[in-house]
Each structure stands twice: as structure tokens, then as C-alpha cells.
Design a protein around this ligand. Sequence first.
Ligand SMILES: [Zn+2]
Length: 228
Amino acid sequence: MGSHKQGTNDMSKNLFGLQNKPDMPGFSDFDKAVQGDRNNEHFLAMNCSNYTNFSGSEAGILHGNGNVTPTWTDSNTVADIHSHPEGSIGPPSASDVWGAMFSASHSSSYQGRYIMAPDGSFYCVAITNRTAALNFMRNNTKDDVISSSGNTKNGFNQKSEFADDFRDALDQFSGLDPDDAWCHALSAVAEMHGMGITIMKAESKTQPFKSKHVIKMSNSKYIAAECE
Ligand SMILES: [Zn+2]
């Protein structure tokens, strides 16, 4: 879709493109862990100091099944990446959206949450408007958005408007590839509620990220837009 300009987020241009490095220290260990065990989730946080990961090696990667909680994501965290295991969805979950905003509220350097999908593609919940994200975090609790009691629909608190808005957006994008529809629907919910995030995707680790954002029409419907 040409070079549609929007908020700059250098990190989202290429995987770990921050600091003009083609790769991020710790990523090869992370990649190896994922290739060696696709049935579990692996998680790596990249911290500010020297742009190295938490411990600079395999030891800094969390491994687990399902919900690997990055308890040590801290005020130096620039980004994090985790894998979605074989058989799970590729795109970010609602709790990934929440997690990215949570990290942004704890680290002023935080750029976004990367996800390595089972098919080898990458997604990013990019913080594209930090002020909006922080404002959202001040006005909403985790339970408002994703429900800690497990009452969720597509990951959102099923009693909340987020769940309804996400479902409506998914309907609007039903003509797209399901993963694309999911990403644009998340971006639409983010747009409606001023979350300050955009969902991005790179087809592989050498491809650029493209934003799966949305454009609001005069009839209040959204259309999918894709930008470099
Ligand atoms: Zn995830």
C-alpha cells in the first residue's frame, strides 16, 4: 500500500531494528529454544542497558506452557518477545495487548511486544501512542479488559465492551485471511478505545513489519489498511 506515513516506531520497521542491529543479543538463543521445543512457550525480555536481554543468554529465557509471566520485565525493558506454541493462534492475544500496555506503563523505553508465531511469522503489539496507552492504563484495570476470572470471549472480558467491539470488528473483516482479520480487529478495538497501540506483522525475520491498522469511515465502520 505504498509508504503511508504514520507515527514513527523505529523498532517496528524490522525485527529488532532498534539501534540498527540486524539481530538482538539473546534472540538467537531464543530462536534456538523455540526451534528445539515448539510445544512450549518461550519468553525473552530485552532490557535497555546495552540492549542485551535480561541475563544476556539462554538463562534469561523463560520456558513454560501457556502463560509465561515476565515478572522481571522492568523499567529498563525495551521490548519482549515470546513464542506461540504449535497449535495456538499466531497473532497477539488480548492478553498480549494488555501485556504490552502494562509494560509500557512500567518502562518509558518500551516499544512493543513481539510474538513468534508457529508458522515462523512475527507479530508486534507496537506502542504507537505512548500518551494514549498510559492514559488507557490509568482508566482501566486488567480485569476490565481481559478478566482474571476467566470470563472471556476471544480473550477479552466477555462482559465488557471490548469483547463486543472485537467481535463486531472481526465480522467487518471476515473477508480477510483469518489472521489478518484478527490483527485488524485488534487494531480497530485499540482505535475505538484509545489504547495507543497498532498490530504489526512481518512474514519472516528478514521481512519488514507492516502495520495492520484501520481507517474509520464516515458510517463508523472500519476498513483494513496496511502500511509499510
Ligand atoms: Zn502471546
